[in-house]
Design a protein around this ligand. Sequence first.
Ligand SMILES: [Zn+2]
Length: 275
Amino acid sequence: MFPHHRPLARGLRPALLLSLVCTATASADEARPQAPQPAVFSAAEVYWGYSDAVGPGHWGDLPGATTCATGQEETPIALETASATPDTQPAPVFNYRPTRVRMVNTGHTVEFQYDPGSSLRVNGREYTLAQFHFHTPSEHTEDGKRFPLEMHLVHKDPSGAIAVVGVFIKQGEHNRTLSKAFSHLPWEEGDHSEPAGATLNASSLLPKERTYFTYHGSLTTPPCTEGVEWFVMTRPIEMADAQIAAFQRLPHLNPSNRPLQRINGRTVYLHTSAR
Ligand SMILES: [Zn+2]
């Protein structure tokens, strides 16, 4: 899921600390210009990641993120076909249009910012597709299986409600829809990449068979906010080994999956009716 706080890449931290030292030295010397204040020391900034002292076990200590530790309806979870409840609700209606390819490396994922005008209609709500991004390895598991990548299509409605469509990615055929993008991935945190003339339609990133799990969950990154409607496709899409590797070798993004969370009595539905 997408971060609500501006993240800072692991690799930047020593440089920022050094910058503070330089600033302190400079302030004693009026003739030298002040270095800009490093953003890391603003109270509004938080720093988190996927390992060690900043990993998921510590996210609940971040300002405004106690839900990461205390939430009872968190994501991801282990999805199990055998124990899922048959879903009788109408399936989501996808109305996706093409978008320019506009990527940003957030330090936690590569986010594809979607042009306005694409939507998802479900449960009587109309959600707008805002962005999609990837985690490696997959965050959910399906019948005990973990996939090399998981894509999250993030939708919001006017009230701020969030619906996420998750799609597993397995090794297989070259993915033409993402071909140009994945050969121009933004390398470092803060990098943007907009390959000239590149467009895609996210409907081409949905599996043909729209069987899915659906349940009430959360953001999978701080602040782990709950009330998110999840739709996780049971069928994976494919990418070539080289495309998967292109994402996995980006600095700091491997791994980028939150550990499985407790289901805590939630009902997980499985929607298997015809498209
Ligand atoms: Zn995500």
